[in-house]
Design a protein around this ligand. Structure first.
Ligand code: THG
Length: 367
């Protein structure tokens, strides 16, 4: 592919100078912002992520801030996950659905206070939908995109590195919880979360001016831990079954089709705008669903479009993400597979750009 031209519409991040100094080799565009996808190679990045610690510029996970007396009510209107027992200090992975039950985003909701939330969004213009709902229902809430840029620290040595910069209290943060930590006089949200299965943290860097100071502090403190700039890794996230909005699912899919039924409590999520639609589809059950798929044979090429899944001349699904896994010595993939073929062990054929490949529906994601 040719290069992509830079302009005001394609936003740099407060860490871009550090990312470039670290030798970023490829970017994607996410929420109209740069997101690194490769530093050394996808495979080298993968191996390093699993054995050391990386610092990721995930600024593109923009925040939609809800502030005001109706913030909690608005948040519940957006998602079928029941938020009534959620406390400040907690993060929830929440499907966001429209009035048809279609997935608009799959963000992490961060409850800062009863009247203040961040929605840490995947790649879709959720701000417009949230502003529309708030305005349409005349809610007493401000909806903005603040100058907050997440920085993820991921990998087996993430806790050691974070302790050196933020103190040993980071060890007490439990999964999908957060606490407030001082960095150069600023109070920052630090959560135990992140888009990998290797463990780690996300710092919600509030104020672009402290972004490079924090980046540099982490790089300096982690020298002997072999810290390196990294990014969400294609192979690792497929192994772990972490879904990519816009790739693995879109507005055309319900949370149940995405395998996100465990994050829906549609019966009790009173106020969710997609509730009636979802109650209907949940009763019937989905007729297609996300599945892990193993593609046999040599490493596959990049998956930049849907790859049809066939049983003879019958189209029974599509793969949306695929990569060669060095650790499992096979191609790992994510697909949306019709009910007739979604049982583990089902043999299927995948039409890749390089030809038809035998594949098997897998029992569970690899990691
Ligand atoms: N962190 C933050 N914001 C984000 C992402 C993130 N915004 C964009 C994107 N990632 C949103 N999508 C996901 C997908 C999966 C997870 C988080 C965000 C995730 N899932 C875990 C899992 O499936 O194993 C745990 C979910 C749970 O048990 O609650 O972490 O990564 N800030």
């Amino acid at each position: 592919m040719a290069l992509i031209s830079e302009s005001r519409r394609l936003r740099r991040t407060p860490f871009s100078d550090g990312v470039e100094a670290a030798g970023v080799k490829a970017y994607t565009v996410y929420n109209r912002m740069l997101l690194p996808t490769m530093f050394r190679s996808i495979t080298e990045d993968y191996k390093h992520l699993k054995q050391a610690v990386q610092v990721w510029d995930v600024s593109c996970e923009r925040q939609v801030e809800l502030r005001g007396p109706d913030a909690g009510r608005l948040m519940q209107m957006l998602t079928p996950r029941d938020l009534r027992r959620m406390l400040p200090g907690q993060c929830y992975y929440v499907p966001i659905v429209d009035e048809t039950g279609g997935m608009l985003n799959d963000p992490v909701a961060v409850k800062l206070a009863e009247d203040r939330w961040w929605i840490s969004i995947a790649d879709s213009d959720l701000l417009f939908w949230v502003k529309g709902v708030a305005h349409g229902y005349r809610l007493d809430v401000l909806v903005t995109e603040p100058d907050v840029s997440p920085l993820a620290v991921q990998g087996p040595h993430a806790e050691d590195l974070m302790t050196r910069v933020f103190g040993s209290k980071v060890r007490d943060i439990r999964f999908f919880k957060f606490d407030w930590f001082n960095f150069q006089g600023r109070n920052l949200v630090v959560a135990r979360s992140g888009y990998s299965k290797q463990g780690g943290f996300e710092v919600y860097v509030d104020g672009s001016d402290i972004a490079m100071p924090l980046w540099n502090a982490l790089m300096e403190a982690g020298k002997d831990l072999d810290v390196h700039a990294g990014c969400p890794n294609l192979i690792e996230r497929i192994e772990g079954g972490l879904l990519s909005y816009g790739n693995d699912m879109t507005e055309a899919n319900t949370p149940h089709e995405c395998g996100l039924g465990r994050f829906c409590n549609t019966n009790t999520a009173i106020g969710c705008v997609g509730r009636d639609a979802l109650l209907r589809v949940a009763k019937e059950g989905p007729v297609k669903q996300i599945r892990p798929v193993e593609i046999h044979g040599a490493p596959v090429s990049k998956c930049d479009r849907l790859w049809p899944v066939m049983d003879g001349d019958q189209h029974v699904g599509d793969l949306s993400s695929a990569a060669w896994s060095p650790d499992f010595n096979t191609n790992v993939a994510i697909g949306m597979i019709r009910m007739t073929h979604w049982n583990a062990g089902t043999e299927i054929d995948v039409i890749t750009p390089e030809g038809v490949r035998p594949a098997t529906v897998f029992e569970a994601f690899w990691a």
